[in-house]
Design a protein around this ligand. Structure first.
Ligand code: SF4
Length: 197
């Protein structure tokens, strides 16, 4: 398959959740629109209107295009808070509850790496707002998270170069929450693979 010049940052999130989900969405263009997804799309539409809002201690930009020429990734940050102190804080909105997995953290970190490259400033943390339980999580951009994000970017490019759809993950909880489960058929495929091995 043709390797894209720049990976969309939101697909890094999908890859961390499940490489097969990433493949189904990015390569096959699969998108099972269910009520949860529609709700998320509606909430993101409200977020994804570019603009700037003024606060007593700075400015908040919405729907900010970010990219890294070094890492070959690009995407849209829901919000970027710019304080008068010069600090930049990327803020991501998610429709669900506070994440149990690292996928949202990697997406946020990728946005921060892009902002750092564009501005030359160091970003210490970002925030994720979860609509479902109205919780705001502060995510420290530790060396470990930065390394993990770089590793994921490499893995995704390598996967695309291999041009081979990943097998389903053996993770019933993730699969239960995955909108692509009816297309992916993880249990059936895993069973077939077991029988053929
Ligand atoms: S159903 Fe499971 S294995 Fe299939 S794409 Fe979703 S998370 Fe991945």
């Amino acid at each position: 398959m043709e390797i894209p010049d720049y990976l969309p940052i939101s697909y890094l999130n999908q890859y961390v959740y499940c490489p097969r989900r990433f493949w189904l969405m990015f390569v096959h263009g699969e998108m099972d629109v269910n009520a949860v997804l529609l709700d998320g799309t509606y909430k993101h539409q409200r977020v994804h209107q570019s603009g700037v809002h003024w606060h007593p201690d700075g400015r908040q930009y919405t729907a900010v295009w970010v990219w890294s020429d070094a890492l070959k990734i690009a995407g849209v940050a829901d919000f970027v808070q710019e304080y008068d102190s010069d600090d930049l804080i990327p803020i991501e909105h998610k429709r669900g509850r506070m994440g149990k997995y690292l996928n949202d953290h990697v997406q946020l970190c990728a946005q921060a790496l892009c902002l750092e490259e564009r501005t030359g400033k160091t970003i210490d943390y970002g925030e994720i707002f979860y609509w479902k339980n109205r919780r705001r999580e502060t995510v420290r951009l530790t060396d470990a998270l930065r390394d993990k994000t770089l590793q994921i970017i490499d893995e995704v490019f390598a996967l695309l170069a291999q041009d081979n759809m990943p097998a389903p993950i053996d993770h019933p909880t993730k699969c239960r929450d995955c909108s692509l489960e009816p297309i992916c058929l993880p249990q059936e495929v895993l069973q077939l693979m077991k029988e053929q091995s």
